[in-house]
Ligand binder design. Structure first.
Ligand SMILES: Nc1nc2c(ncn2[C@@H]2O[C@H](COP(=O)(O)OP(=O)(O)OP(=O)(O)O)[C@@H](O)[C@H]2O)c(=O)[nH]1
Ligand SMILES: [Mg+2]
Length: 475
């Protein structure tokens, strides 16, 4: 038998009929109850459709946080994103980066000169002093280099002025401490070795972000001075005694210093044009938080979009321990993904801000905490095992992994084996610590290799897109 909704014999409709003996006042009260129920139901429907609209809009905005210790490669990773997906902004900022590269070179040379001054001034390194023989001592040539390179100090202060209020020397709060592994080092150059930090690149490299009337440095004279100092800078950098002194004084230059100083003939010229490779290596330490927006237009049809584009907000934060407190507010936000950078070449290095802590150990502890955070339970975690190129050259020099990481045992001292070992270790941490099941996305990377990184970012983007879509469909 087939019922229709107005069929008087429909048992369900019969069930909903008012009682036959209902009085007029009971009928009025029933009708009021029904009207109220309808109003509440409508309100609920409206709320649901509102939150669906918000959820849809939210899923069209993806928030991605870059995390990792200082110098792990967060800002470099962000540069890769911008180079690949925001080429217009990338081009606009190119000239600004040219000056940052010049600043990096000048800072490195001045740090080296400070080491030379300390050696020439007779500042001792305690017991090590006896091990310096005559052939390692500086000569008149080195004195001459000090004099001839003095104009770079003027360039440095000129460029510091240009970096302006957006930049400040990093204050590492912890002193260089004696450790069971390393003798205390009196480093007379530690003051000048401090890196410059920026709150936001925009303030420095984006020509539109400069305050009106803000005086810029004399770029022309910077370039001319650098070009005229080129040969002396090269002599200084290639000098064996200087290299020995740097090693003795344990002066840690930024990872990119070697790249720039080996390229002086190209960079320290009047015609220098900054390349993409230079920009990804230009170093400005981050303090505070930078937010960058990317808009992807080439999204699949089913993607939630705003004005036809999928928007990403990428946040880059400072990784130094003294600035990590700034991370917390982000954990409380709705983050779709965290890209965690672990510099795996640092297995034999210590944190600059706390010399007692091994850098790989610090990264592992960070990964452990991020994976276990309840606030981040729904956030997709992506790990970049970064600086594979530096790992390769370190292992080639014969540095032994197991000497610093006893758990590595007698596995081969090779990049492939070490990556495999760490990948498994990080995967297990992710699996065991995550409050709910999570896919594992762990990539070996060298984020200064922009071609290879472009492929990795493509795959990361697709992965985030897929997870985001699944979440949006579940809502
Ligand atoms: N050779 C090499 N250098 C890298 C790699 N990744 C980053 N670097 C360099 O390492 C230095 C530090 O990288 P950044 O991206 O500034 O590090 P960060 O994590 O943003 O550091 P903070 O801002 O201090 O937190 C830069 O000079 C980069 O060019 C890599 O894979 N290989
Ligand atoms: Mg940074």
């Amino acid at each position: 038998m087939v019922f229709t909704t107005d069929d008087p014999t429909d048992p369900f409709l019969q069930l909903l009929q008012p009682p036959h003996d209902e009085t007029p006042s009971q009928a009025t009260a029933r009708l009021k109850r029904e009207t109220d129920a309808q109003r509440i139901s409508d309100e609920i429907d409206e709320e649901i459709s509102k939150s669906k609209a918000i959820a849809k809009r939210d899923s069209a905005v993806v928030k991605v946080l870059l995390l990792g210790q200082a110098e792990s490669g967060k800002s470099t990773c962000l540069k890769n994103f911008r180079m690949r997906y925001d080429p217009q902004a990338w081009e606009k900022e190119r000239n600004g980066w040219r000056t940052v590269v010049q600043f990096n070179i000048v800072r490195s040379i001045i740090n080296i000169l400070s080491v030379m001054e300390a050696e020439l001034g007779g500042e001792t390194l305690g017991d090590d002093e006896s091990s310096i023989n005559e052939s390692m001592k500086f000569t008149d040539l080195h004195q001459l280099l000090l004099i001839r390179l003095a104009p770079l100090r003027g360039v440095e202060s000129n460029l510091k002025h240009w970096l302006g209020a957006g930049a400040e020397p990093l204050q590492t709060s912890l002193p260089m401490a004696a450790t069971p592994f390393e003798a205390p080092v009196h480093n007379p150059s530690s003051e000048s070795a401090r890196e410059f930090a920026v709150r936001c690149w925009h303030d420095v490299v984006d020509p539109d972000a400069r305050q009106p009337g803000q005086s810029g440095p004399d770029f022309e004279s910077t370039t001319i001075t650098l070009a005229s100092c080129r040969d002396d800078m090269r002599t200084l950098w290639e000098d064996r005694k200087v290299q020995l002194a740097l090693a003795r004084r344990k002066l840690k230059l930024p990872d990119s210093a070697g790249f720039f100083l080996n390229e002086l003939d190209r960079i320290a010229t009047r015609e220098y044009v900054v390349t993409d490779d230079d920009i990804v290596r230009a170093r400005l330490r981050t303090v505070g938080i930078q937010e960058y927006k990317l808009r992807f237009k080439d999204v699949p049809l089913e993607a939630p979009t705003i004005d036809g584009a999928w928007e990403w907000r990428i946040y880059d934060v400072g990784g130094c321990r003294t600035t990590r407190h700034a991370w917390l507010p982000f954990f409380e936000q709705h983050l779709q993904a965290i890209i965690f950078l672990c510099p795996i070449s640092c297995f034999d290095e210590r944190l600059e801000e706390d010399r007692r802590v091994n850098r790989l150990e610090d990264s592992t502890v960070l990964w452990y905490s991020i994976c276990g955070s309840k606030l981040l339970a729904k956030t997709q975690l992506i790990c970049f095992m970064n600086k594979c190129d530096l790992l390769k050259s370190k292992l080639k020099k014969g540095v032994s992994i197991s000497q610093y990481l006893t758990s590595y045992g007698d596995r081969p001292n090779e990049v492939v084996d070490f990556v495999k070992y760490l990948r498994e270790k990080f995967r297990v941490i992710l699996k065991e610590r995550s409050p709910q099941p999570r896919a594992s996305y762990i990539y070996p990377t060298t984020v200064t290799d922009t071609k290879a990184t472009a492929k990795t970012l493509e795959s990361v983007r697709d992965g985030i897109f897929r997870e985001n879509l699944i979440k949006a469909q579940l809502m």
